[in-house]
Design a protein around this ligand. Structure first.
Ligand code: WTA
Length: 684
């Protein structure tokens, strides 16, 4: 990728920073670990100027080490060999469960908000220790040991947390695959990670509907011989779930055979804790590698300082454990601190739009963390439900996954927070492990639309994408990068360290490149503009245009495809796929059903959308497929997505310089294809 491709949008941001509402401090005496911007700066500067002393102190304070580390860090961003807390040994499950269970076994660890509210349950730290030990015992009896990879394909139920911690207890590496992924996507990840064991359930429940989870696993693992065992949690208990003898075992039967305590395995700080696959600009999804000590510290510190979490607080992270937000802020962060976490299986609309607020009222949640896309939905159709509930327990409202527009920020602040809460717009990534840019609740004054300032240890900077030079000072605009390693930064891409270097460290040598455009304003506040690469963010889900294109061209009739992201009022961005056919005669307006040689354009478009749904997952389905004669290309044959994005965004009058297009004559036909197949179709 050349740096010139990173074009960024310039915007003005003359907004005054706001102090935290009085209520934030008043209602909760003693709350607010850090209470002023001066205090933040002092600690931030220390974390940057003297990271070894700063993080040594933090790591000792927040984590339990079986064996102390002897050196805080080595390696560099330049070489891509950063390592933290050398020679230190610890166990993540011990840190998240045992130490709290020993101190107070009856303290709530997990609050399970089931799809059907009648099935809600509470799990204490004592019970969690027992369950994690039992599942770890099962895995150990199957030969799972330190360094092995285990896939977890489970919906948002407490057993997902138990499974992850059980894997971590053995020093093995979990790779959670979001349960909305298709059989094919599950297979790709299980094969790439080399998993021997998969943990799943019979069926899932979401929004009152049943999901055939085990069936998807069976389909995905068909022919994958490396998987020797599958542990199946009984979520619905429906009869007749096919279990293959010798490979598939029931969770409730196997755990019964285990003892309630299994000692945790000490891990080196740099041993991988988990892999999480994420989409990039090109190629197959990457298995992002996070290590035990650094990741866990990042999770604990950001949860504590950004959210100002206290042990008696209740954190409601509405994201799924299948994504990084669920890993860090529904599991590792709160549990490392001994704080209760709400595990929510359902959707904000089930059984009605009051669901989130009922959860907050019922459990007196102090923190709510969600993606703007859910807020947009509620703002549009579910606002009337909000005043029916008592949400006065809330102190901090978090936002994650995509930029939050200032008007939505205000709405969140006024309507959900009742003007009494702090809004934490948190910018981070699967690769960063924990927050990169985020306000420390109560200490850093906020500005609607800005993620504010870097977290401790995050040496954030803005680089000019054209010259590749770092832009010093304030009032600058460019791409967001980080110039020194932080503890929770991803260490590698599984089985492909070169790809790690090429993607993150090579674009701007000496810097970690986030892939996002950003500006820094006159106060030093950061404003995230969105991805500058071919990653689309739909409803907070990170999708690779390349992956969707690969899926589309796998269809026999498709010659080429180009996928772009356009603005969407509800989902933030939406996927629009342009497709050219091998044989344009294949589509005929008056084709009849059953004709093997022709189909109607509508039928083909539907087929292609369904194809992506089943190949990747429903969340990746294009909003629309536009059939075109050819795609605009440069003389070297590169597809010009910029042109397509403009046309699909109804900005065909702003195409700019067309001189680099080799086949400029097709542009009018693309404009008219978008008109008839997309804009007019929308009006109908
Ligand atoms: C985007 C999700 C603006 C960004 C935690 C990033 C955001 C990508 C924000 C990572 C935010 C995340 N404001 N953009 N507060 N948070 N992003 O890996 O483009 O699923 O690079 O991690 O989401 O997505 P990922």
């Amino acid at each position: 990728m050349t740096t010139k491709e990173h074009t960024v949008v310039h915007e003005a941001h003359n907004v005054n920073a706001r102090q935290a509402p009085e209520h934030f401090y008043k209602s909760q005496p003693g709350k607010g670990y850090i209470t002023s911007m001066d205090q933040y700066y002092k600690m931030y500067n220390e974390s940057i100027n003297n990271p070894d002393a700063f993080f040594s102190k933090m790591a000792k304070e927040y984590l339990h080490w079986d064996r102390p580390f002897t050196k805080v860090q080595t390696g560099s961003i330049e070489k891509g060999d950063s390592a933290w807390f050398l020679n230190g040994e610890l166990n993540a499950a011990y840190n998240c469960v045992d130490r709290h269970a020993f101190e107070n076994p009856d303290k709530t660890a997990i609050i399970y908000e089931a799809d059907d509210e009648k099935e809600n349950r509470i799990i204490t730290f004592g019970e969690l220790l027992k369950q994690v030990s039992e599942v770890a015992g099962v895995l150990q009896s199957w030969g799972v040991k330190k360094g092995d990879t285990v896939a977890v394909y489970l919906p948002m139920i407490p057993e997902a947390v138990v499974a992850m911690l059980a894997v971590a207890r053995l020093g093995a590496i979990h790779t959670v695959v979001f349960a909305g992924f298709s059989a094919g996507s599950l297979k790709d990840r299980v094969v790439d990670a080399g998993c021997k064991v998969v943990i799943t359930c019979d069926e899932g429940k979401r929004g009152g509907k049943t999901v055939n989870t085990k069936k998807i696993v069976d389909e995905g693992l068909n022919g994958v011989d490396s998987v020797s065992r599958i542990l199946v949690f009984q979520r619905t208990g429906t009869e007749g779930i096919p279990m293959r003898a010798g490979r598939d075992f029931w969770w409730h039967e196997e755990t019964k055979k285990q003892r309630g305590y299994l000692p945790p395995v000490s891990c080196n700080s740099e041993d991988p804790l988990f892999l999480l696959y994420t989409s990039g600009s090109t190629g197959a999804p990457k298995g992002i590698v996070h290590t035990t000590g650094g990741y866990l510290l990042g999770a604990a510190l950001t949860t504590r300082y950004v959210f100002d979490i206290h042990p008696e607080d209740v954190l409601f992270t509405a994201g799924d454990v299948g994504w990084i937000t669920g890993h860090t802020y529904a599991l590792y962060g709160p549990l490392a601190l001994g704080t209760a976490t709400i595990i929510f299986e359902s959707t904000p609309a089930y059984p009605d739009y009051g669901r989130y607020w009922r959860i907050i009222e019922r459990h007196r949640a102090t923190h709510f963390y969600v993606a703007p896309t859910a807020l947009r939905l509620i703002k549009r159709v579910g606002e009337a439900e909000i005043p029916k509930y008592d949400t006065s327990s809330l102190r901090v409202l978090g936002s994650v996954g995509e930029p939050i527009a200032p008007d939505l920020w205000e709405w969140y602040h006024d309507k959900i927070g009742n003007k009494n809460c702090v809004i934490c717009d948190t910018m981070w990534q699967t690769e960063s492990g924990s927050h990169l840019i985020a306000p420390l609740a109560g200490a850093v004054p906020t500005k609607p639309g800005s993620a504010t300032v870097p977290f401790f240890g995050v040496n954030a900077c803005i680089i000019d994408p054209v010259s590749g030079v770092e832009l010093e000072g304030n009032d600058v605009e460019g791409v967001l990068a980080v110039k020194s390693a932080w503890p929770s930064m991803a260490r590698s891409v599984w089985d492909n360290h070169d790809r790690y270097i090429d993607t993150y460290l090579k674009p701007y040598p000496g810097y970690y490149f986030t892939g996002d455009g950003a500006g820094r304003d006159h106060d030093g506040y950061y404003w995230i503009r969105g991805r500058v690469d071919d990653v689309v963010n739909v409803s907070g889900h990170r999708l690779s245009t390349a992956e969707i294109e690969t899926s589309l061209v796998a269809n026999d009739n498709v010659s080429e495809s180009a996928v772009v992201g356009i603005h969407d009022d509800l989902t933030g961005q939406a996927v629009v796929a342009f497709v050219s056919l091998k044989n344009s005669d294949y589509i005929q307006e008056n084709a009849t059903e059953g004709d093997a040689n022709h189909v109607t354009p509508d039928a083909l478009r539907r087929e292609l959308v369904l194809h992506v749904r089943s190949e990747i997952g429903p969340f990746a389905a294009p909003k629309t497929v536009i059939l075109v004669r050819d795609l605009p290309k440069t003389r070297s044959g590169k597809i010009m997505r910029r042109i397509l994005r403009k046309v699909a965004s109804n900005e065909a009058d702003q195409l700019g310089d067309l001189s680099t297009i080799a086949n400029a004559e097709i542009v009018p036909s693309i404009i008219s294809a978008v008109e008839t197949q997309f804009f007019n179709a929308k009006k109908k």
